[in-house]
Design a protein around this ligand. Structure first.
Ligand code: ADP
Ligand code: ADP
Ligand code: ZN
Ligand code: ZN
Length: 967
C-alpha cells in the first residue's frame, strides 16, 4: 500500500519530459508546457485554438530544424536554414516524424502495394515460387536441364532417326543472307525454313518482306546405345546455338518436338524467360504492359465530348473540336471535303449518313471507301483534289495527334485532353502487367488477382497458403510470407480491410493515407521517435476506433512518444496525457486550459471537460423536418462496391450518409450523385459512376460541394476577397473625400493590380522564397513591411484606418467597424456567425485550416440570396472541429435547410448523425462486404436495424440524450 502511494507521488524526471518554454508561434501566448515522453499524448481544443501551432508549427518544426542542423554545411546550402519557430527553448525532444493526412503522392504509379512495400515482397514471392502457365493453352509450362533433355530424347526416340534443330529466327522479317552464309561456312549442311528442310547453298536468301522461322540442322542421328555420347554432345551444341531451345524432328521430318532449358509450353513452343522480380513490376519495362506502360489506363477519344449534341449542325459547332464555322485552316479543309463528298454541314449531325460523318471524323482512311459510293463534285475549286486525299486527316485523328505529339505545347495538349477520356487498358484489362507475367500463378492466382483482393480477404488467403505450397516452395517462401503477413496485419489493425494493393495512392482519402503511414511506421519498429499525428480518426467509423487506439498504443509501446491532435472522445479518453488548448479560437485562444490525465482534465471544468462529462451536449431535435415533399430518386447504382443501390433523397431536409469506412458512401455521393447533379445544373461533363436511372432532378437548380480544400491556392486569396466584400470595401475607400480629390478609384485599393500596391512584393505583403525540395517559405516584404500598399494609398483613411489596417482586422472588430455600412456589415457578420470571429479579413488563404476554409465557404453561401433549390454536399465537415465548432457548423447547415435547401452530408461523427432528418446507412462492411443500403429514413427508425454498425452507436447516443433530457 505504502509503496503504491510512493510511486504515484514520484515526480517524473525532467529527462522523461519534452519541455517547451515560451511558445509564441501564431496565437500561442508565450506558453510553457511539459509533455511526458513515451506516452500517448492528445492535444485538443476548439478549431483555431492553437493545437497545430503547438504540435506542428512549434514542436515538429523545431525537431525538423535540429535534424537539418545535423547536416553538413555543404548539404545545408542546398536546403537552406530553417527558420526557428517562435519559442524560447525545447528540451528532451527526440527525432520527430509527422504522420500527416496529405496525399501529396499524385504519382499514378504509386499504389497501396508499393507504398507499403508489400508489393515488393509479392514480386519476390512470385519470382521465386510462382508457377508458369502457357498463355496459349493454359497448361503448366515445363523446363528441362540439359541432362534431362538428353535422357528424355534417348528414351522417347529409341532406335528412331532424328534431327536436332537449333532455332535461329522466330517470326521475323528479313532476307537473312548473312545468316545463311555464316552457318554454311561453319560447315552445316541443312536448314529448315518455315517448316521445310532445305540444303544450304551459297548465296541463299529468303523473301525479305515476309516473316520467317529458321532453324539450323545441327545433327542427324539414329538414337542407339552407342550414339549416346554423340547425342549428348549434339544436344549441348544445339542448345548453345538455339539459345536454350532445341527442336527434334522425327518420322521423315513430319513430327516436331520442342525442348527448352527455359520455361516452355510443350504444345506450342512458346517460352518465358526465367522470371525476375522486375517481371512483376508495372514500374519496370520488364513487367509493364507495353500498351499502357504499366498505368492500367489509356487515353481514348471521348466521342461524347467530340459530339456533345447531335442535334446541332457542323456549322453551328456540332463537332466540338472544330467549333463554329470560322476562318481557320482546318475549317476550310472541312468545307472543301464536305463539298467534295456532298456532306451537308447545315444539317443536324444526327441526320448525316454514318459514312459521311466518318469522313469528317476520321479523314483519309474512309474517304476512299466513301468515294466508291459518292459522286465526286468535279466543280470543286482550289486546291486540287489530291490535297484532300493526302492531307485531310479527320478531326479525331487530329485531336489524337495533338494530344500525343511530343511537339505539342502544354496548352494544346490541355485543349486536346478535353476530348479524351481515361479508360481501362484493354490489353492488360487494367492489371498494368504484361501478358506473360500474369501467367505465373500461386495457388491458381496470379499477382493481379491477389492485388485486387480486399486486404482482409488477402490476409486470409495468406494464412492458408502454406498448406497449398509444396515443401520446396515453403522453404523458399517462409521469410517472405512472414514479412507480407505482418505488414498486412498492421493495415488491417488500423481498419483498412477494404483497400486493395492495387488501389492507386492518389485515390486515397487523407485519413486512409495517414493510417497507411501509421501502419508502415509500426512495421518499421523504430524506437525513440516523437511521432506527431493530425486527427487520425478522420474517415474512420466509431466501430474501428478501438483498433486505431490500439495501433497508437502499439507505436508508443515500442518506445516512442506519440503526440496526436484529436477531437474524438474515445481517443481523448484513451490518452495517457491530455492537453486542452483554448479557451477559444485565434486571439482568444493560445493558452493551456487544462493538462494531465483524462481524469484530471475532466475535473478541470474546461469546455472540453463539460462535453466529455456530458454537461454540455448537442441536443437531438424533437421533430425531424417534413421536407418539401419532392424527391430525387436514384436507382441501380453499381459504382465500385455498390450493389445495385437505389435511394430516395427527400428534398428540403438534412440527409446524412453513414456507414463504416469503405462501405461505399463516397462512391454513392461524390462519384455518382454529384456528377449527375452537376451535369443537370451546369451542363458540366461529369463522369458519374454507373447507375440505371435518376429522376426528380428538376427540383434542384444548383449543386454546391463544400469541402475543406483551401479557398485559394496563393497567399493572395483571403476571406475578404473570397466572400466578395473586399470589392465593396474598396469602393468605400474610393468614396473618401481625400481619395476623390486625388482621383483614386476602387482599383487603386486592389493589391492585385498596379497603381496602388507595393511593387516590391506586388501587393502580396510577403516574398516567396523557394526552398529547393522543401515547401516555399514566405517572409514579410521589407519595402511595405507587409502592408501590401504604397505610401500614397495608405494615406487614405476611412474612420481613421487605412485599407491595410482593415485587412488586418479580425472579423469581430470589422463587424463593429462597419456596422454603419449595411451591405458590407451583412457579409462580414455571417463570418462571425459561423464562428470565425477571430480570423482576420486579409488572412492569407494558405494559413486557414481545412475547417476554417470550409466555414468561409459556408458563410459565402449564407451571404448569397438563394433560390431555396440548392443541393449542398459535404464530406466529413467535422474534420478538425471540436464539439463547440460542430455546434456552429450545425447552426449554419440548419439555416441553409430551413431556407428550403437540401444538405447532404457524409459523416461519422455521431453529434451530426443524430440531428439528421434523414439517414442513408450503407454497409454492413467495407469493400466487397459492403455496398448495400441497410436503412433509409428518419433516424429513429434506424435504431433497431440489426446489420448496421452505425445503429449500435446511434442507439447509445439516443439513450444518452434521453437520460440528459430527464436531468
Ligand atoms: P488549431 O490547430 O487548434 O485548429 P491552429 O494552430 O491551426 O489551430 O491556429 C491557431 C490560430 O493561428 C488560428 O487563429 C489560425 O488562424 C492562426 N494561424 C494558423 N496558421 C497561421 C499562419 N501560418 N499565419 C498566421 N496565422 C496562422
Ligand atoms: P466510403 O466513402 O464509405 O469510405 P468508398 O466509396 O470510398 O467508401 O469506397 C467503397 C469501395 O470502393 C471500397 O472498397 C474502396 O476501396 C473502393 N474504391 C473507392 N474508390 C476507389 C478507386 N478510386 N479505385 C478503386 N476502388 C475504389
Ligand atoms: Zn495495359
Ligand atoms: Zn511590399
Amino acid at each position: 500500500m505504502a509503496t503504491k502511494k510512493a510511486t504515484k507521488a514520484l515526480p517524473i524526471a525532467a529527462a522523461e519530459m519534452i519541455e517547451v518554454f515560451g511558445a509564441r508561434e501564431h496565437n500561442l501566448k508565450n506558453i510553457d508546457i511539459s509533455i511526458p515522453k513515451n506516452k500517448l499524448v492528445v492535444f485538443t481544443g476548439v478549431s483555431g485554438s492553437g493545437k497545430s501551432s503547438l504540435a506542428f508549427d512549434t514542436i515538429y518544426n523545431e525537431g525538423q530544424r535540429r535534424y537539418m542542423e545535423s547536416f553538413s554545411a555543404y548539404a545545408r546550402q542546398f536546403v537552406g536554414d530553417m527558420e526557428r519557430p517562435d519559442v524560447d527553448k525545447i528540451t528532451g525532444l527526440s527525432p520527430v516524424i509527422s504522420i500527416e493526412q496529405k496525399t501529396t503522392n499524385k504519382n499514378p504509379r504509386s499504389t497501396v502495394g508499393t507504398i507499403t512495400e508489400i508489393y515488393d515482397f509479392l514480386r519476390l514471392l512470385y519470382a521465386r515460387v510462382g508457377e508458369a502457365y502457357s498463355y496459349n493453352t493454359g497448361k503448366k509450362m515445363v523446363k528441362f536441364s540439359e541432362e534431362e533433355i538428353v535422357q528424355s530424347v534417348y528414351k522417347k526416340y529409341a532406335n528412331k532417326k532424328i534431327s536436332l534443330l537449333a532455332p535461329l529466327v522466330r517470326g521475323r522479317k528479313g532476307h537473312y543472307r548473312e545468316l545463311f552464309e555464316d552457318i554454311r561456312k561453319k560447315g552445316f549442311l541443312k536448314v529448315r525454313v518455315d517448316g521445310e528442310v532445305l540444303d544450304l547453298v551459297p548465296r541463299m536468301q529468303v523473301d525479305r518482306y515476309k516473316v520467317h522461322d529458321i532453324e539450323v540442322v545441327v545433327d542427324r542421328l539414329q538414337v542407339t546405345d552407342d550414339m549416346k555420347f554423340r547425342l549428348s554432345q549434339s544436344v549441348q551444341r544445339t542448345l548453345q546455338m538455339g539459345k536454350d531451345l532445341l527442336f527434334i524432328l522425327v518420322n521423315d521430318d513430319k513430327e516436331l518436338a520442342q525442348y527448352s532449358k527455359q520455361l516452355m509450353c510443350i504444345d506450342t513452343g512458346i517460352s518465358y524467360e526465367e522470371p525476375s522480380p522486375n517481371a512483376f513490376s508495372f514500374n519496370s519495362p520488364y513487367g509493364a504492359c507495353p500498351v499502357c506502360k504499366g498505368l492500367g489506363t489509356v487515353y481514348q477519344i471521348d466521342m461524347d465530348a467530340i459530339i456533345p449534341d447531335n442535334t446541332l449542325t457542323v456549322k453551328a459547332g456540332g463537332i466540338a473540336p472544330l467549333g463554329e464555322e470560322r476562318e481557320a485552316f482546318t475549317y476550310k479543309q472541312v468545307v472543301g471535303i464536305a463539298k467534295k463528298y456532298k456532306i451537308a454541314l447545315d444539317k443536324p449531325i444526327k441526320d448525316l449518313p454514318t459514312k459521311a460523318l466518318n469522313v469528317l471524323l476520321y479523314g483519309k482512311e474512309t474517304i476512299d471507301e466513301v468515294a466508291v459510293s459518292t459522286e465526286v463534285d468535279m466543280d470543286m475549286e482550289q486546291p486540287s483534289e489530291n490535297f484532300y486525299q493526302t492531307e485531310y486527316e479527320g478531326v479525331v485523328t487530329m485531336v489524337k495527334r495533338w494530344f500525343t505529339a511530343s511537339t505539342s505545347s502544354e496548352s494544346v495538349r490541355e485543349w486536346a485532353e478535353q476530348f479524351m477520356k481515361l479508360s481501362t487498358c484493354q490489353s492488360c484489362a487494367g492489371t498494368r502487367l504484361r501478358k506473360e507475367s500474369l501467367w505465373f500463378k500461386i495457388d491458381e492466382k496470379n499477382i493481379a488477382d491477389i492485388s485486387n483482393m480486399d486486404l482482409d480477404v488477402l490476409f486470409n488467403w495468406f494464412e492458408k497458403l502454406e498448406k497449398r505450397l509444396n515443401a520446396k516452395q515453403n522453404t523458399i517462401a517462409k521469410d517472405l510470407l512472414k514479412e507480407i503477413r505482418e505488414r498486412l496485419s498492421f493495415l488491417i489493425n488500423v481498419g483498412l480491410t477494404y483497400l486493395t494493393l492495387y488501389r492507386p495512392s492518389k485515390s486515397l482519402s487523407g485519413g486512409e493515407y495517414q493510417r497507411i503511414r501509421l501502419a508502415t511506421q509500426i512495421g518499421s519498429q523504430l524506437q525513440g521517435i516523437t511521432y506527431i499525428l493530425d486527427e487520425p480518426s478522420i474517415g474512420l467509423h466509431q466501430r474501428d476506433n478501438t483498433r486505431l487506439i490500439t495501433a497508437l498504443q502499439n507505436l508508443r509501446d515500442i518506445g516512442n512518444s506519440v503526440l496526436v491532435v484529436e477531437h474524438d472522445k474515445d481517443i481523448m479518453l484513451a490518452a495517457d496525457h491530455l492537453i486542452d488548448i483554448g479557451p477559444k479560437a485565434g486571439t482568444y485562444g493560445g493558452t493551456v486550459v487544462a493538462a494531465g490525465t483524462p481524469a484530471e482534465v475532466l475535473a478541470s471544468g474546461s469546455e472540453t471537460a463539460k462535453y466529455l462529462k456530458g454537461e454540455k451536449w448537442i441536443p437531438i431535435p424533437k421533430e425531424v423536418r417534413k421536407g418539401n415533399g419532392a424527391f430525387i430518386e436514384l436507382k441501380g447504382a453499381t459504382g465500385n462496391n455498390l450493389k445495385n443501390v437505389s435511394v430516395q433523397l427527400p428534398l428540403g431536409k438534412m440527409i446524412l450518409v453513414t456507414g463504416v469506412s469503405g462501405s461505399g458512401k463516397s462512391t454513392l455521393v461524390n462519384e455518382t450523385l454529384y456528377p449527375l447533379l452537376a451535369t443537370h445544373c451546369y451542363n458540366s461533363k461529369g463522369a458519374a459512376m454507373p447507375y440505371k436511372s435518376i429522376s426528380g432532378l428538376a427540383h434542384v437548380d444548383k449543386v454546391i460541394e463544400i469541402d475543406q480544400s483551401p479557398i485559394g491556392r496563393t497567399p493572395r486569396s483571403n476571406p475578404a476577397t473570397y466572400c466578395g466584400f473586399f470589392t465593396d470595401i474598396r469602393t468605400l475607400f474610393a468614396a473618401v473625400p481625400e481619395a476623390k480629390i486625388r482621383g483614386y478609384n476602387a482599383g487603386r485599393f486592389s493589391f492585385n493590380v498596379k497603381s496602388g500596391r507595393c511593387e516590391v512584393c506586388e501587393g502580396g505583403g510577403m516574398r516567396t522564397i523557394e526552398m529547393n525540395f522543401l515547401p516555399d517559405v514566405y517572409v514579410h516584404c521589407e519595402k511595405c513591411n507587409g502592408k501590401r500598399y504604397n505610401r500614397e494609398t495608405l494615406e487614405i483613411r476611412y474612420k481613421g484606418k487605412s485599407i491595410s489596417d482593415v485587412l488586418d482586422m479580425t472579423v469581430d472588430t470589422a463587424v463593429e467597424f462597419f456596422n454603419a455600412v449595411p451591405f458590407i456589415y451583412r457579409k462580414i457578420k455571417v463570418l462571425q456567425e459561423v464562428g470565425l470571429g477571430y480570423i482576420t479579413l486579409g488572412q492569407s488563404a494558405v494559413t486557414l485550416s481545412g475547417g476554417e476554409a470550409q466555414r468561409v465557404k459556408l458563410a459565402t453561401e449564407l451571404g448569397k440570396r438563394d433560390t431555396g433549390k440548392t443541393f449542398y454536399i459535404l464530406d466529413e465537415p467535422t474534420t478538425g472541429l471540436h464539439f463547440e465548432d460542430i455546434q456552429h457548423l450545425l447552426d449554419v447547415l440548419n439555416k441553409l435547410v430551413d431556407r428550403g435547401n437540401t444538405v447532404m452530408v457524409i459523416e461519422h461523427n455521431l453529434d451530426m448523425i443524430k440531428v439528421a432528418d434523414h439517414i442513408i446507412d450503407i454497409g454492413p462492411e467495407g469493400g466487397s462486404g459492403g455496398g448495400k443500403v441497410l436503412y433509409q429514413g428518419e433516424p429513429k427508425g434506424m435504431l433497431n436495424v440489426k446489420e448496421s454498425f452505425t445503429a449500435i452507436y446511434l442507439k447509445e447516443e439516443f439513450k444518452l440524450a434521453e437520460k440528459l433530457r430527464k436531468k
